[in-house]
Design a protein around this ligand. Structure first.
Ligand SMILES: Cc1cc2nc3c(=O)[nH]c(=O)nc-3n(C[C@H](O)[C@H](O)[C@H](O)COP(=O)(O)OP(=O)(O)OC[C@H]3O[C@@H](n4cnc5c(N)ncnc54)[C@H](O)[C@@H]3O)c2cc1C
Length: 403
């Protein structure tokens, strides 16, 4: 086992850390208060190549590996979760699904502009009536000649009002014995007639991001926009979640680190009972737990990233990395507020935002309960991952960096 990051990893890490700390950190509190996304964020992430970081160069990306994606997410979320959410939907849930399942023609049409950051992408699985139980979705697609007509509404969609493409999951057959087999995936351009969308306000966290709804009313799309075969949508969605959850787990690791760093700084400065609060053992205990959580979360996501690089199935390991890191980031942010006392309760300091931002990740991309069911299922022998028709390609530097 080699835990050393390569010079490419360190370069990517530094580039993203500089962007997040120098360009985002100074104004993030204002955007969070305004409950709006800074319009410069996506163009700047595109310009820096972040939106195509682990996509092969020949598809418009930067050709870095999957561990680089994890490092990017850790750095982004150490400053604000809204930045990492962009990577979760644009890269983890959409672009990597295209790399895995798309035809060559679909990669040229959709993946290339996404990797270059000319177009931004999102993921539409959740509906007003279903989240975890996706097989019971009510969105429909019916064939009309060589087109499909899509109807339905997706809810809680990250980048709802910002993205140009949505990977939309819908029922094409409601008569299958297993309802999972009746779902199909489509790529829908959001400028098609019949697509409407809006943002939700009043969220607990990720306030500097866009979360909303997308509605399709008789939206006509050609069959060339269908990703995979009819009935393959559930498998595509679950494999996309293997990548989305990786970004959530690595991002949450960054949030633990941010909570730890803020707590260490404060504990070394604030005095109580004649000494720095860091000298009190109960404060030390909180700091120690944050260190423990950070290191464990980091190892779990690096293992998942390594499995991806090797082209090995990682559903089980990625689920564990996501479940552990998201629960741990909430606990770390909560402890960070405690370390800061009353000041932690105010938005004068960042830690209250960390706590609010950490909460959503315990719900999206599989609630903690769903991950517990998965982990118990694997351990008990109830659950096993079969081979997929299309697997996520292993990282091969020669192929990925070739023009
Ligand atoms: C900020 C944010 C961003 C999001 N972005 C996206 C996005 O971009 N795209 C997208 O498609 N979705 C997105 N979501 C939606 C998210 O994926 C869903 O909220 C999530 O899957 C849970 O679904 P639900 O909210 O309908 O809860 P439900 O599935 O209704 O669950 C409610 C509760 O019941 C529990 N529960 C459900 N089934 C079981 C069971 N079998 N056993 C035990 N407990 C169970 C759940 O764990 C939960 O505690 C986002 C959500 C948030 C908050």
């Amino acid at each position: 086992m080699d835990f050393t990051l390569s010079s490419e990893h360190l370069m990517v890490q530094k580039m993203v850390r500089d962007f997040a700390t120098k360009e985002v950190q100074p104004t993030i509190k204002d955007w969070d208060r305004r409950q709006a996304m800074n319009p410069d964020t996506l163009p700047r992430m595109a310009e820096l190549g972040i939106l195509g970081i682990c996509i092969p160069v020949k598809y418009g990306g930067q050709g870095f590996d999957y561990i680089s994606l994890g490092l990017v997410c850790e750095e982004l979320e150490a400053v604000d979760t809204s930045l990492r959410v962009v990577m979760s939907v644009h890269m983890g849930l959409n672009s990597l699904a295209l790399l895995q399942w798309g035809t060559e023609e679909q990669k040229q049409r959709f993946l290339v502009p996404q990797a270059k950051g000319e177009k931004c992408a999102m993921f539409g699985l959740t509906e007003p009536g279903v989240g975890s139980d996706v097989a019971n979705m009510s969105s429909t697609a019916r064939r009309d000649g060589s087109d499909y007509i899509i109807n339905g509404e997706k809810m809680w969609i990250s980048l709802a009002t910002k993205a140009h493409h949505i990977l939309w999951f819908t029922k094409t057959d409601s008569t299958t014995k297993d309802p999972h087999e009746g779902i199909t995936a489509f790529m829908i351009e959001t400028d098609r007639p019949g697509v409407t969308r809006g943002d939700l306000h009043g969220k607990l966290g990720v306030r500097a991001g866009s979360t909303g709804w997308v509605n399709c009313s008789d939206v006509r799309i050609p069959k060339e926009n269908r990703i995979g075969e009819e009935g393959e949508g559930f498998r595509i969605a679950m494999s996309a979640l293997d990548n989305g959850r990786y970004t959530v787990g690595s991002g949450a690791t960054g949030l633990i680190r941010a909570s730890l760093e803020a707590s260490v700084k404060y504990a070394n400065a604030r005095k109580a009972f004649g000494k720095e609060i860091g000298k009190h053992q109960l404060i030390q205990q909180k700091i120690a737990y944050m260190v423990q959580k950070y290191e464990a979360a980091r190892l779990l996501y690096l293992r998942a990233g390594w499995l991806k690089n090797m082209g090995l199935r990682n559903t089980r390991e990625t689920s564990l990395a996501k479940w552990y890191a998201t629960d741990a980031s909430f606990e770390a942010a909560n402890d960070a507020i405690q370390v800061h006392g009353a000041y932690g309760y105010s938005d004068e300091y960042d830690v209250e935002r960390y706590l609010r931002n950490s909460r959503g990740a315990i719900i999206y991309e599989g609630t903690s309960e769903i991950h517990q069911l998965m982990q118990a299922g694997y351990a008990l022998g109830y659950r096993e991952d079969g081979a997929l028709r299309c697997e996520l390609p292993a990282y091969d530097p020669q192929v990925w960096q070739a023009e």
